[in-house]
Design a protein. Structure first.
Length: 102
């Protein structure tokens, strides 16, 4: 892949940025270096190596969807909610907080 002024101008348009001539020259050098380093990967022998989407073998262990469990005692959590008057502000179901917008 050839990194030239035309490609840099295209990338500027895609990115909604404007670069100075010095920045363009620096970017051309950097991109050429990246392409050169990445092309070295094609020399690697990957025959027999399976494709992976992530390097970790851990599988997420979620609960079954039809199993409902209570994680915390709601009354214990809500008893810590205070209002300006130092009264419990639990509304028996949720924290009551000031509106975040008008």
């Amino acid at each position: 892949m050839e990194i030239d002024d035309k490609l840099i101008s295209y990338l500027e348009t895609l990115s909604y940025i404007s670069l100075t001539e010095a920045e363009k020259a620096h970017l051309i050098t950097d991109l050429q270096s990246i392409i050169k380093n990445m092309s070295g990967l094609s020399a690697l022998d990957t025959q027999g190596v399976s494709e992976i989407s992530q390097p970790f073998s851990h599988v997420n262990s979620f609960r079954e969807d039809d199993v409902v469990v209570q994680s915390f005692e709601r009354s214990l959590i809500l008893k810590n909610a205070k209002t300006k008057n130092n009264k419990n502000n639990k509304n028996n179901e949720m924290f009551v907080v000031p509106r975040a917008w008008n």
